[in-house]
Ligand binder design. Structure first.
Ligand SMILES: [Zn+2]
Length: 499
């Protein structure tokens, strides 16, 4: 019997992956990762905290307020730059350490001249107002308004479309929100709500503070005529924001979240933040988005039957992998999506058993990716094109790779490895080279070839497998890689296997 790709994948899933890869050394692609792993030092500064004070008029889709940034100068600095673009947002004034400062705002970049010596901490405060726009295609995100809500989506780099920011995953910062919205709405955001203040003018200000650093792409908020319902997972409060009409469904669809937190805490390590929750919105861009401690969840995925529980599990898992441990750039986006997507299957295993998990892995992850690749061609996981950042290679393919890595390492090494990622880089950033180094340290394996093939090369390695059976109890199996270019073969094949 001779077969190709799907046979290989089946073999891999069944843990028969041995020696099929014979072209060691051909794909000697050295990853072009940023060598600075603690990347705050890339720029000579580290933003420590943003304080966002915004009045948001949902009727006129108009925002007005300020963003104060507390910054550590890691080098001598002669200016700070933030991004603010889209719509007609205009900067009205800038303060540096409380004093009025000169500034320019051109081509979406706010430049603020200053003189800071290395080691100085200082603040900049940018006042601005206007109608925000959304990011260009393919994502069209930023601050989104709907008839009954508004909400932010910043992933991968759209924070700049509603607040002055240095929106790169490597510069995490604390975030404090003061969101002033119409008095009959609630505003939900990262962290713990401190207060709701009635301003006496038809608005209320909702004050939220995150105790932990947040990457800008997972800072976010939503507001709507919400009601809240609360859950508890041990010490962790869960605070959900839904419309009254969504409550019954949400109570069913989120019912397992406390158990999920308990399970993921068991296999990944303790839940890393101060709370969890969901804010439900009508959105079409993404199914859901893992804003830190407060996932934005698409209303169409509340069916009252737990029919989209994989999304719930996926976003929750991101709190560990993605939010607490963050890819250093979006070239490494697979480092978070592999875990979140694979966690869908881990939850199915825990909740429904191994047979259900195997079926999920095969149908929803592996077959899905193969079908996609047949239609769209092979893609490389590492460093995806901008418009392919959130496509199946980042999700289903990378989750398959993580599963194969588990099979190669064995559970005794794999689970300590994935926990060690979190303890080695707490609240930090990671690149692919660091991920590989830690996997090798925990497994004792040389994983260079594995990652070169699966992460740095396109598609999936193809194999040809020939099985000869002698009619009784013996069989011979010949296998070779047939991915281009042909490998140097060190064994003798039956001639028809060389077609
Ligand atoms: Zn995800």
């Amino acid at each position: 019997m001779c077969s190709t790709r799907k046979i290989l994948l089946l073999f891999l899933i069944l843990s028969f992956s041995i020696g099929l890869y014979a072209w060691r050394g051909f794909y000697s692609l050295e990853p072009s990762t940023l060598q600075t792993t603690r990347a705050d030092s890339l720029t000579g500064f580290d933003i420590l905290k943003y304080t966002v004070d915004l009045r948001i008029d949902d009727v006129n889709q108009y925002i007005e307020g300020s963003v104060e940034a507390l910054v550590l100068a890691e080098d001598e600095l002669s200016q700070m730059q933030y991004r603010l673009e889209g719509g007609n947002l205009a900067v009205t004034s800038v303060l540096v350490n409380g004093a009025v400062s000169a500034f320019t705002h051109e081509a979406g970049i706010i430049s603020i001249p200053l003189q800071m010596s290395s080691g100085a901490e200082f603040s900049t405060k940018v006042y601005y107002q206007g109608n925000p726009g959304n990011s260009p295609s393919p994502y069209n995100i930023g601050l989104k308004f709907t008839p009954f809500s508004f909400y932010t989506l910043s992933n991968p780099d759209a924070g700049r479309f509603y607040m002055p920011t240095y929106d790169h995953p490597w510069d995490k910062a604390l975030i404090e929100w003061r969101l002033t919205v119409r008095e009959d709405w609630l505003a939900a955001a990262n962290g713990i709500r401190q207060s709701i203040t009635d301003n006496g003018d038809g608005t209320r200000t909702h004050h939220w503070i995150s105790q932990f650093p947040v990457a800008t792409y997972v800072m976010g908020f939503a507001a709507a005529p919400y009601i809240e319902f609360h859950q508890q997972a041990g010490e962790i409060p869960i605070q959900n924001f839904v419309l009254p009409s969504q409550l019954a469904n949400a109570q069913v669809d989120f019912a397992n979240v406390p158990r999920m937190i308990a399970y993921f805490s068991e296999i990944f390590g303790p839940y890393p933040f101060e709370k969890y929750g969901h804010m439900v919105v009508n959105m079409s861009t993404y199914a859901a988005m893992e804003h830190q401690t407060m996932t934005t969840f698409g209303a169409q995925y509340l069916d009252g039957q737990q029919g989209y529980e994989s999304i719930v599990a996926h976003e929750l898992a991101h709190q560990w992998y993605g939010n607490y441990l963050t890819p250093i750039t979006m070239r490494e986006v697979w480092l978070k999506e592999c875990f979140a997507t694979y966690s869908e299957a881990l939850w199915v295993h825990h909740n429904e058993g191994w047979e259900a998990a195997k079926a999920y892995l095969k149908e929803s992850i592996q077959d899905y990716y193969i079908t996609w690749e047949d239609r769209n061609g092979p893609r490389t996981i590492f460093n995806p094109e901008y418009n392919m950042m959130f496509a199946p290679p980042t999700y289903e393919k990378s989750a398959s790779v993580l599963h194969m890595l588990r099979l190669k390492m064995g559970d005794a090494a794999f689970f300590p490895f994935i926990r060690a990622l979190l303890t080695t880089y707490p609240n930090g950033n990671i690149n692919t080279a660091e991920f590989i180094a830690l996997a090798q340290a925990h497994s004792g394996l040389d994983l260079t070839q594995f990652f070169n093939q699966w992460i740095y090369s396109p598609g999936v390695p193809n194999a040809e497998v020939c099985v000869f059976h002698n009619g009784s109890t013996q069989a011979k199996v010949y296998a070779r890689s047939i991915s281009p270019p042909p490998p140097t073969l060190n064994w003798i094949y039956p001639s028809h296997c060389l077609d």
